[in-house]
Design a protein around this ligand. Structure first.
Ligand code: SF4
Ligand code: ZN
Length: 309
């Protein structure tokens, strides 16, 4: 029997990259501690923050909700609010919404839902359908990313949030760095890390408190805690360059355990050095909605204009 190195009980997990074997209790504690470490290391929160947690209803965001709600209890001046963005993806989002609402009710966390249809007049499914009709190659993940960011900005303004916490784990953050390199987008590369302060006034800082936790450990945490989470994948998953980057990094990690932590550290250092020399885009106001923009229109209005909404 493999024993926990901290207490001698039966181990449920062996960390290949550190050699550590842990029982259920110490594994769960180690994950909570990693979140606390990330918050401290990257100075993610102030004691009086109003934190909006982007809650999809998947295992990652439910895990973050649970851990942050525990941490929040020690900071009576802080406020945690969950936000679910409903993109309007048939057969996928409805189950996740119910799971997210139930989890918030259980933990007594206020929960707000922002839907693409109500905010922008179209669901993601409708955008994809129209793209086909007007002869464009549909790019659902691009539309989704742009409009979700806008939806979260609208939520931040309405709910007076000072931070947005997302459940990106170690794998996600490393993938994002690599993806932006692959796109040749250096400005995005330097803003891919665990804390992204916006150049735009009124847009809250985005933080990723699970940046030090590999995806498989988040999955194990959710399973050991018995979280009910959205079991199906988004039907648009797999159509993006991110999927190829994910496969590449997973292959590297399986042959060279801990390479993801090394990549994270290297990317952070490169990004920090580059920050001095990369000029940030000039801030303007979108001529349609007044949101911060780098051109005449913000990305969301630019996208919606193509679909003539
Ligand atoms: Fe949005 Fe793409 Fe993720 Fe689906 S897979 S939720 S379309 S980003
Ligand atoms: Zn706009």
């Amino acid at each position: 029997m493999l024993k926990c190195q901290r207490c001698g009980e039966e181990a449920v997990y062996k960390r290949i990259y550190s050699g550590e074997a842990l029982c259920r209790r110490h594994f769960l504690k180690s994950i909570d501690d990693r979140v606390r470490l990330a918050i401290k290391r990257y100075k993610m929160f102030s004691p009086d923050d109003r934190i909006g947690l982007a809650l999809s209803g998947g295992k990652d965001s439910l895990t973050l909700l649970y851990i942050l709600s525990k941490i929040e209890r020690a900071f009576p001046e802080a406020k945690l609010i969950a936000i679910t963005v409903d993109e309007g993806i048939k057969g996928y989002r409805r189950a996740a919404l119910r799971i997210a609402s139930e989890a918030c009710e259980k933990l007594k966390i206020p929960h707000h839902i922002y839907g693409f249809k109500k905010l922008f007049g179209l669901t993601l499914d409708e955008l994809v359908r129209i793209a086909f009709e007007i002869g464009l190659k549909p790019r659902p993940c691009i539309y989704c990313g742009i409009l979700r960011r806008k939806a979260l900005n609208i939520a931040s303004e309405e709910l007076k949030l000072s931070k947005i916490a997302t459940a990106h784990n170690l794998d996600d953050v490393v993938q994002t760095y690599m993806l932006n390199l692959a796109h040749g987008d250096i400005y995005r590369f330097i803003t891919s890390g665990p804390v992204t302060e916006s150049k735009f006034t009124g847009v809250p800082t985005r933080v990723k408190p699970m940046v030090l936790i590999p995806e498989r450990e988040v999955s194990l945490y959710a399973a050991l805690m018995g979280f009910k989470f959205q079991p199906t994948q988004c039907p648009y998953t797999g159509s993006s360059l991110r999927s190829d980057v994910r496969v590449l990094i997973n292959r590297l990690e399986s042959k060279h355990p801990s390479i993801m932590f090394t990549l994270l550290k290297s990317f952070e250092e490169i990004a920090n050095n580059l920050k001095q020399s990369v000029e940030s885009p000039k801030v303007r106001k979108c001529s349609v909605c007044g949101s911060p923009a780098t051109g005449d229109l913000c990305k969301a209005c630019e996208l919606l204009a193509k679909f003539k909404v």
